[in-house]
Design a protein around this ligand. Structure first.
Ligand SMILES: [Zn+2]
Length: 258
């Protein structure tokens, strides 16, 4: 049985835009959802929210994150306190500076504190290659090595064939995909909390509303314990209560053809 799920993102809004519908579903089913962000997103866009400056952006985005997490039904929010570097020229993205051992210890400590059955975090490709997302993925992988061996690590935004999405981790085929439209109102309420990022959400595809920017299919790939390559595609892995829970919520196993 899944009682506690912890989601590690690099920035405020990752929890909502990458896996928010799934988190809302979990919270609705009585799972304690814990949201963690490595940074306050202080290097990101300031958007058109009034009165926001580079100096106040971190505090504003932390408040946005707390609002979004509450909307999703999360029980707690933790911020690891790393500083998100300002986006460079030509939209160059950077990882936050961190001592890798300290970061992995922080992650493991939070998993223990919240007695997490499942850890969710970024994919190996950092979705669209964001170095901060890649760093979190690597740190979670490392942190899991000191946790109980039955703890599950699922990465999100795994590729779902037949669905175009610039955020899919293209080298990570999804094990499960979930249509999150039943929880889309909740996901939208969370996304609306991230007011400084609304222009960014809409800009990429020239959208008019934040709701249009929300993906309606979310996906995960089981990273730990690794699934054998020949695991049957149409069965829940033995002992994997998270996969069973997702399937009960309507998730399916996408068929990947090479
Ligand atoms: Zn991010």
């Amino acid at each position: 049985m899944i009682r506690s799920v912890i989601c590690f993102g690099a920035h405020p809004d990752d929890e909502t835009m990458l896996i928010g519908g799934t988190l809302a579903m979990l919270a609705q089913r009585g799972v304690r959802v814990h949201v963690v962000s490595a940074t306050r997103g202080e290097g990101g866009e300031m958007g058109d929210a009034p009165g926001v400056s580079r100096a106040t952006l971190g505090a504003v985005r932390e408040a946005e994150l707390r609002g979004a997490a509450a909307a999703l039904g999360a029980a707690t929010v933790d911020i690891l306190g790393y500083v998100d570097p300002v986006i460079g020229e030509d939209e160059a993205l950077y990882a936050f500076e961190a001592d890798f051992d300290t970061l992995t210890r922080q992650i493991a400590d939070l998993c223990r504190r919240y007695d997490a059955d499942v850890v969710l975090s970024h994919g190996a490709d950092g979705e669209y290659g964001h170095p901060a997302h890649v760093l979190m993925h690597r740190a979670v992988l490392r942190a899991m090595s000191v946790l109980p061996p039955d703890a599950l690590f699922y990465s999100f935004a795994a590729a779902v064939p037949g669905i175009e999405d610039h955020l899919w981790n293209t080298n990570e085929p999804a094990h499960l995909a979930l249509d999150v439209r039943p929880w889309l109102d909740i996901k939208e309420a969370a996304a609306l909390c991230h007011r400084t990022q609304h222009a960014l959400f809409k800009r990429r595809r020239n959208l008019k509303t934040v709701r249009e920017a929300l993906r309606t299919v979310e996906s995960v790939r089981r990273r730990l314990p690794p699934l054998p390559d020949d695991a049957p595609l149409d069965e829940t892995p033995p002992g994997d209560a998270f996969a069973a829970l997702l399937r009960a919520a309507g998730a399916w196993q996408p068929v990947h053809t090479q």
